[in-house]
Design a protein around this ligand. Structure first.
Ligand code: ADP
Length: 264
């Protein structure tokens, strides 16, 4: 749920994308995409395959550099430093530190296979944020318990199911104390019977006030958890708004067609 500050005013966006464009060769994948996400909001991005959803998400933490447009994270320009009124591109080390504010959960988990669940969750806080391993360990154990994996801390990814691996990946992202979490189709690589346990962890995080931007095919999840739904097609946002509007009463023919297709 969206929060307000003490004066009752809505705080500024924690994430702001302004007129993002991106092409791969002659293929224009994102056309002038703008989006704001406010603290505590859960925004779900839906749309057909190839719409540019994943590319858009990756431009937000600069895993992909947009061709034009700007991304602001917590009021800072993503990938740049403001010095004397000018933007200077960050070096890799500073970019990694800034990216840690934008926890990302990938479709294919991207865990380190040679580290245990605990090792995976501790790695970022210790290596990137230079926090003490004692403190990071305590927090990592608590996080793994929170995602229902308190009895799997010493297991390696190869010893875990897909749903368990994805829950480790979520704990790993949260361990960095990010400003928000970006989810890129977090359940689409899972066997159907493992989807629910991951969505439950995500819904719990949303309820606890975590700001989340989620690319998903799970319309039922969006209906239950999202504050706002964004429908993307052909590299642009076709419409966005509250769940009741976009999912129950879409204004655009393309949204209606998509929903009919996925819900039938
Ligand atoms: P979605 O997430 O909505 O399915 P994507 O962002 O994955 O869409 O892809 C949008 C388009 O961009 C597709 O046509 C895809 O082939 C293309 N694309 C994505 N990543 C790359 C890449 N690294 N190189 C070339 N084309 C890409």
């Amino acid at each position: 749920m969206t929060t307000t500050d003490q004066a009752g005013a809505r705080p500024g966006p924690v994430l702001e994308a302004i007129s993002i464009t991106k092409s791969y060769g002659h293929n224009t994948v994102l056309r002038d995409v703008s989006l704001e996400v406010f603290p505590g909001e859960v925004v779900c991005i839906i749309g057909p395959s190839g719409a540019g959803k994943s590319t858009f998400l990756r431009t937000l933490n600069r895993l992909e550099a947009p061709d034009s447009g700007e991304v602001w994270v917590g009021g800072m320009p993503m990938g740049f430093q403001l010095r004397a009124g000018r933007l200077h591109e960050l070096n890799e080390r500073k970019l990694s530190a800034q990216r840690a504010q934008t926890g990302m959960v990938f479709q294919h988990f991207n865990l380190f296979p040679h580290l245990t669940a605990l090792g995976n969750v501790m790695e970022g806080p210790v290596q990137v944020q230079r926090r003490s391993s004692r403190e990071a360990r305590g927090e990592a154990v608590a996080l793994l318990e929170r995602v229902g994996l308190g009895d799997k801390v010493d297991h390696y990814p190869g010893q875990l199911s897909g749903g368990q691996r994805q829950r480790v990946a979520i704990a790993r992202a949260v361990a960095m104390k990010p400003l928000f979490l970006l989810f890129d189709e977090p359940t689409s690589a899972l066997d159907p019977e493992l989807v629910g346990e991951v969505l439950t962890v995500m819904a719990d995080l949303a309820r606890e006030g975590m700001t989340m931007l989620v690319v998903t095919h799970e319309i039922a999840f969006a209906r239950q958890v999202a504050d706002r739904v964004v429908f993307m097609a052909d590299g642009g946002i076709v419409e966005q708004g509250p769940v009741e509007q976009v999912l129950e009463n879409p204004q655009e023919a393309r949204t209606r067609q998509f929903l009919q297709r996925v819900l039938e």
